[in-house]
Structure formats: structure tokens, C-alpha cells
Design a protein around this ligand. Sequence first.
Ligand code: ADP
Ligand code: MG
Length: 291
Amino acid sequence: MTPDLMEEGARRLQRAAHPVATGATASGGREAGFSHIATPGEVDVTHGRILYLEEVSVSFDGFKAINKLSLDIAPGELRCIIGPNGAGKTTMMDIITGKTRPDSGTVFFGSTIDLLRHTEPQIAQLGIGRKFQKPTVFEQLTVFENLELALKTDKRVRPSMAFRLDSAQRDRLAEVLQTIHLAGSERRLAGNLSHGQKQWLEIGMLLMQDPKLLLLDEPVAGMTDEETARTAELFLTLKGRHSLMVVEHDMGFIKTISEIVTVLCDGAVLAQGTLDEVQADERVIEVYLGR
Ligand code: ADP
Ligand code: MG
């Protein structure tokens, strides 16, 4: 075993034995003794899937927002999700991240982690990061401080009064600054950034925790054309290292980044394929593109 693996193993054991002292959440602490609660680590993708939803349904006051939705994503894939308003795109992300519990169905992270048995903070710790529509950076802090904060609030990092970045963390921060096109802007106040830059900073905060799967809900809404083009570039650099699920209405953006596009409608998959394929599909044109 390499020293790195040994260290990781030791940390996991320590977390299991002293969940609260090592920074696990209260519920994580309560449940840490049960074997079905996974700790952050490798996701088993031996079956070629990092995310797997089968026959998932949820109703709100009798209305089926998600209706027997089945969908899976390969490791390193950049999946685009399109579909009319009310199709259930955001609700699907709520289910994956543990914010909403489905009435029925299966949601797995890799082959072995049943996400329906984990809480929202546990799911984040497992390596699923989520970007909401509106940027939620800390405006009164600098770009650097926002990224540093993302590490401090990472439950995998031991909390400490005198938090100092170690050299690996400093390297990671510098790398993330490059990736999100904010190298050289680290001393700027987040509040003074453009809308697009705030969105990139928030993506950077997610990247600091090195998520395995990133869910992004309408990431280019409100961006200028140039910011949209740079965001496409950014997403293309992220795929491979991370798996991404991107909900967007901007077809030019989708065209630049897409491999497989899934069309959601009435809480289920209406069509799936390349953008050209789904754009040529009569049913897709009727419910979405032909408006
Ligand atoms: P999309 O993101 O594709 O536009 P949503 O997932 O936001 O669609 O919504 C799907 C449907 O579920 C909509 O009709 C919406 O009003 C409804 N819905 C979503 N969340 C809730 C909720 N918490 N309570 C009641 N209805 C909801
Ligand atoms: Mg939505």
C-alpha cells in the first residue's frame, strides 16, 4: 500500500471512530456506525456509471413533477439536460442532492452508494457538488477568501481555529483560479466582479472540494456572449476529471459543449441523443424547440 493510501485509510478509520471530533455533521455522527453510510473516497464505477436513476417518481400535492424517470451518466461525461419549464429538471437535481426525497425509485452514486439513504450534507461530502441558478458568493470577501472558505467548510478537512492552507491546498487554489479565469483577480472583492465572474467563482468554490459529480442549473443565464463562450471553454476543461450534469436553455452553448443531450418533459425522458438527433425529433420540436 502506498503511504497516501495508508493515510487515507487511517483518516477514514478515525472518522468512523470519532465522527464529531473529525468534523462530520451531527447526523453523520449519529449514523456513522452503520455500514450503509459511505465515507468520501472512491466511487465504484466498475459498471461504467457514476450516477444511476431508475423509475424515480415524486409528487407535489398529487402533481407528478418526476414520473418514472430513468437516466444514467458515465464517469467523466458532460451530460446536457434540456426541456421546457416545469419539466422537472431542477426537481431531479433536488432528488440527486438529497434536498427532495422521491416517493419511489432508485438513485445510486456508482454501483454501491444508495443516495436515498444519505442526507443532503452527506451527499455533498461524498463528492456531489451543486451550483444553483443564482450566484451565492460572499460579496464582502475577496476571490481568494471565497475559495479558501470553500476549503474550510469542506467537511472532509479537519476544522481548526488556526486554519492555514497547506502547500497542496495552495497549489489547488492557484489551479482553480486559472481554471475559472480569475488568476490575477484573487485580491478583488467578490462583490465587484461581473455576474459571469461571480458564477465562475462559485464554480471555483465547488472545485476546491474536488467533486466527482457537478450539477449545474442554468449556469450561463444572464451572462454576456463572451462570458458564455468562456464558460463553455471552462466546462470542456472540467469534463473527464469530473462528471457534469448541465441544465441549460441556451442552445448555442449546448451545441458547443454537448455530447449526449437528454430532453426532459413531464418529469421523464422524452428523447436522448446528440443535439442534432434530439433537435430533429418531432416530439422534442413540439414540446420545446418549436415554441
Ligand atoms: P424545471 O426546472 O424543469 O423548470 P421544476 O423541477 O422546477 O422544473 O418543476 C417541476 C414541477 O414541479 C413544476 O410544475 C413545479 O411547479 C413543481 N414543483 C417543483 N418543486 C416543488 C415543490 N417544492 N412544491 C410544489 N411543487 C413543486
Ligand atoms: Mg429549473
